[in-house]
Design a protein around this ligand. Structure first.
Ligand code: ADP
Ligand code: MG
Length: 243
């Protein structure tokens, strides 16, 4: 099986601090991979590097056959093939939900407004947010905002969806509705790389979990194996905090 996205030997430092210390990671099409690890282990940095939001210091990132870490590449064109949702502040506050959802299609893909809006409404209907299409984000609950942010991220049919702890800033009662949406995208065959602290969700939905510690992949494998019988002491110590 050839990888859709592949990182080899990724290194990233901020000043003196080595944050990614040689990451090799593959993501197959339709695969859902959960990135777990303590705060500060490098999950967000890894997602941002793969997403070309952060320049890498060493290594290579391939999307299909294309070297997207080549400095000559047009990063915006590559990023248009990805979708990303972060912990918070994903939506533009001055735009309606529908404008948020259709912006990339209209501006980047030059799709006519009407076609983009018809599709945007259909997507919002699917997640139960059609009645919020004309509202500004601050009129939505945190869970609704994150669902809208996911809709915005998938509106351009991204090849890979990067999710960075998208439920961490939510009140506990709002987490379920957001995870349910991610689960339905996974069931529909989306390719997803998600940093998460929701271990039960990772176990249920991910095809593979990758445990990061100190900017290195310490252990990875099917959730049933990694969660039930971690091979590495560091993985065991990390997971014990969640039981
Ligand atoms: P995680 O998402 O696993 O919590 P991060 O990737 O956010 O980890 O952070 C890994 C390390 O890199 C942390 O020590 C953090 O302080 C540092 N770091 C992240 N982003 C920056 C930045 N822009 N400048 C300096 N240090 C950073
Ligand atoms: Mg993070």
């Amino acid at each position: 099986m050839s990888a859709l996205l592949r990182a080899e030997g990724l290194r990233k430092s901020f000043g003196e601090r080595d944050v990614l210390n040689g990451i090799d990671l593959e993501l197959a099409q339709h695969e859902v991979v959960a990135l777990i690890g303590a705060s500060g282990s490098g999950k967000s940095t890894l997602l941002r590097c793969l997403n070309l939001l952060e320049p890498i210091d060493d290594g290579v990132i391939l999307l299909g056959d294309e070297d997207i870490s080549d400095p000559r590449i047009e990063a915006n064109a590559v990023r248009a093939r990805f979708g990303a949702v972060f912990q918070a502040y994903n939506l533009f506050p001055h735009l309606s939900v529908l404008d948020n959802v259709t912006l990339a299609s209209r501006v980047v893909r030059k799709e006519p407004r009407r076609a983009a809006e018809e599709r945007g409404i259909r997507l919002l209907e699917r997640v139960g947010l059609a009645d919020k299409a004309r509202e500004h984000p601050d009129r939505l609950s945190g869970g609704q905002q994150q669902r809208a942010a996911i809709v915005r991220a998938i509106a351009t049919d991204p090849e890979v969806l990067f999710l960075d702890e998208i439920t961490s800033a939510l009140d506990p009662e709002l987490v379920g509705e957001v995870l349910a949406l991610v689960r339905s995208l996974a069931e529909d065959g989306a390719t997803i790389l998600m940093a998460t602290h929701e271990m039960a969700f990772a176990r249920d939905v991910a095809h593979r979990v990758v445990f990061l510690d100190g900017g290195r992949i310490v252990e990875q494998g099917p959730p049933a194996e990694v969660f039930r019988a971690p091979r590495e002491d560091r993985t065991r110590a990390f997971l014990s905090r969640f039981t």
